[in-house]
Every structure is written in C-alpha cells, then in structure tokens.
Design a protein around this ligand. Sequence first.
Ligand SMILES: Nc1nc2c(ncn2[C@@H]2O[C@H](COP(=O)(O)OP(=O)(O)O)[C@@H](O)[C@H]2O)c(=O)[nH]1
Ligand SMILES: [Mg+2]
Length: 237
Amino acid sequence: MKLRVVEIQQSILRKNDDLAGALRERFAASETLVVNLLSSPGSGKTTLLEATLGRLGADYRVGALVGDQATRNDADRLARSGAPVRQITTAAECRLDADMVGNALVDWAALPLEILFIENVGNLICPAEYDLGEDLRVVLTAVTEGEDKPLKYPLAFNTSHVALITKIDLADAVGFDRAASHAAIRSVHPNIEILEIACRTGAGLDAWNALLEARLRAKLQKSAYRTCYAGTDCDTD
Ligand SMILES: Nc1nc2c(ncn2[C@@H]2O[C@H](COP(=O)(O)OP(=O)(O)O)[C@@H](O)[C@H]2O)c(=O)[nH]1
Ligand SMILES: [Mg+2]
C-alpha cells in the first residue's frame, strides 16, 4: 500500500517536472525572469513583494502570482502597488504546481513580463517539491522563527538559490543568533546566497533589488547569446 502511494506521488512529480520544463521554455522565449518565493506563513513574502513591485515597477514590467489556500487578501495587497497580480486559490493543496501557474497565465493581458514573482503557499514543506519553471527560488526565514528551520526543512533551503533572513529589525528583541542561523542555512546548502533584510526599515532591500536586476541581465545575455548562436539575430558590432 505504502509502495503504491509512493509510486503515485512520483508520477505526479514527474508530470509536474514536464509541465515546469515547458513553462521554463516559455519564460526563456519571453525573456521573463521568474522568481518563486517560499516560506512559512508570516515570514514576510507579501510585504517584500509590496516593496519590490513598488520599486522595480518604475523601471520594469513586473507582476505577481499569489498562491493561498483561501482568500485573495495578498493579491489585493499587492495590486495596490499598481502591478498586475493574479491570485491562485489552491483549496486543499498546500503548494502551487506548474499546472496551476500555466492556467493562471492564460489570457493575462499583462504578459509578457520582464519579472514574474510567484508567492507560494505559506509552508516550508510541499512547495519545495514542485518546480514552477522558475529561474530563481528564494526561501525566506524570519528572525522570529528561530535559527534551526533550515535543519528541520532542508529541502526548501537546499533547492533554493537565495535565502533571505527577514525582519532583521527584530533580531535583538528576539535574541536572534545570526551566526547560528547562517551556519544552519549553509549546513544544508553551502553555496547559497544569504541576504539579511527588513522591509520595516528598508535594510538589505538595495542588495535584494540589485540581485534581481543582475539575474535579469544575466538571463537576457544568455538569451541574446542563444539567439545569436542560432544565427537568427546576431549583433556583430
Ligand atoms: N518588524 C517587521 N515586521 C515585518 C517585516 N516584514 C513583514 N512584517 C510583518 O510580518 C507579518 C506577516 O507578513 P506577510 O508579508 O503577510 O507574510 P507572508 O505570510 O509571508 O506573506 C505582517 O504583520 C508584516 O507587517 C519586517 O521587515 N519587520
Ligand atoms: Mg503572503
């Protein structure tokens, strides 16, 4: 019986990987940088996106998909930034999957975007297993959660490219042990990029925005190289 459950789960994940691969090709063609945000509920994903959409929205076509089991509270919060936003209500599911993302893109007048943010459903377990075709997976952990979450939920940290330690303005108040937190993150993912941020004060947000802009530039360069290599549009100056 247990074996059957494992087989079904593996088949679901294989199907998701195929759909995510198709999404990745689509996002390569549209030159869209896709950023998937994972964290426990309340770590600050929506607050960070409010700040990020507001700031990058002045220079880039940015938008967001927001996954939650119920309500469209976060989508309403993000829409106030003026950026296009779509809510995905997952009901019983504890994560977004590639099929949900593909469906949310259908007939979206905002496309193509230069940066698409995806706020995943708030938990550190199921979202880690589902590729959404993203370029950048970002895991957030707030200082109020303690230092050991990477050890308890290693897959979320191990599969992410960037770890954001959020609410750093509260570090002293909660006796946050910075060295222990960094050590825990690095013990499950030695080379991961770590940024400490606080949306409340703006700390670390310049570095976060610079990181996103650098990733977007890198994606565009890769795309230009691929187009040139294919011989269709090669600027030889
Ligand atoms: N002190 C402090 N609170 C924050 C910060 N970022 C978010 N919060 C608060 O944390 C709570 C949860 O934030 P939210 O963005 O909704 O988390 P999400 O569930 O991960 O989307 C809200 O009350 C925010 O105001 C921060 O940098 N500092
Ligand atoms: Mg949220």
